[in-house]
Unconditional design. Structure first.
Length: 228
């Protein structure tokens, strides 16, 4: 069962999140400060963090950057929450920092349940992982387990980076505009900002190593995954 950490300095929200997560069957723990969370990070690494962006002493974006910079926590799923709307600059900056999901406060609890289920829809469910695998050159992608590997090396991808890779290999040799990528991967319009796409493509290329060279930039338009 996925382990969840709630990082929120508001006691009421922390208790509410824990109650909802308990009802969903998710083991969860609540921290009220970034310091306490980071102190326990290495010993008790979570699978997902529900992260309030307005924290005492350290902004939520900095917490995201710390998680993404650490090889051990790079793939942790992050749900950013804040009192600002989804179309606000605050939400855009959260995505740019590396958040996988953003929910405005007051958080819609039924929506939270659905989004958590969607983010965790990555287990095998007892299925054979060789079924429906996508193989392109040296890379093997397993949508059921939400994993990818190159020559036996498992890639440490965030949820958005995995979806981005999947979008590229499913539409090989086709130019994808940044707008199309936003709609396909982020499930939203270009209002989030095309710079978000560029940052995640850059991060994906870095993790892919030499294989990342297959993702070519089409100046002024977007990207294309060249194969063959």
């Amino acid at each position: 069962m996925p382990k969840i950490v709630v990082l929120d300095d508001e006691k009421e929200w922390g208790e509410l999140f824990l109650e909802v997560l308990k009802e969903c069957g998710y083991p969860a723990v609540h921290y009220s400060t970034p310091g306490k969370f980071l102190d326990h990070l290495q010993k008790d690494k979570p699978d997902l963090v529900i992260l309030d962006m307005q924290l005492p002493g350290m902004h939520g974006r900095e917490v995201i950057r710390i998680l993404r910079a650490n090889e051990e926590t790079r793939g942790v799923l992050i749900v950013a929450v804040s009192g600002h709307d989804i179309g606000s600059p605050h939400a855009i900056k959260a995505f740019e920092a590396g958040a996988d999901e953003y929910l405005p406060k007051p958080v819609d609890i039924p929506l939270l349940r659905v989004r958590l289920a969607a983010l965790f829809r990555r287990g095998t469910g007892g299925q054979d992982l060789t079924v429906n695998q996508i193989k392109v050159g040296d890379i093997v992608i397993s949508p059921e387990s939400h994993s990818a590997e190159i020559k036996g090396r498992f890639l440490k991808l965030t949820n958005l980076e995995f979806e981005l890779l999947l979008a590229f290999v499913k539409q090989q040799n086709r130019v994808l505009t940044r707008g199309i990528i936003l709609e396909t991967v982020w499930k939203t319009s270009s209002e989030i900002g095309t710079r978000t796409v560029d940052k995640h493509v850059e991060s994906l290329r870095k993790e892919l190593g030499n294989f990342g060279k297959k993702i070519e930039t089409v100046v002024g338009i977007g990207y294309v995954f060249r194969n063959g």
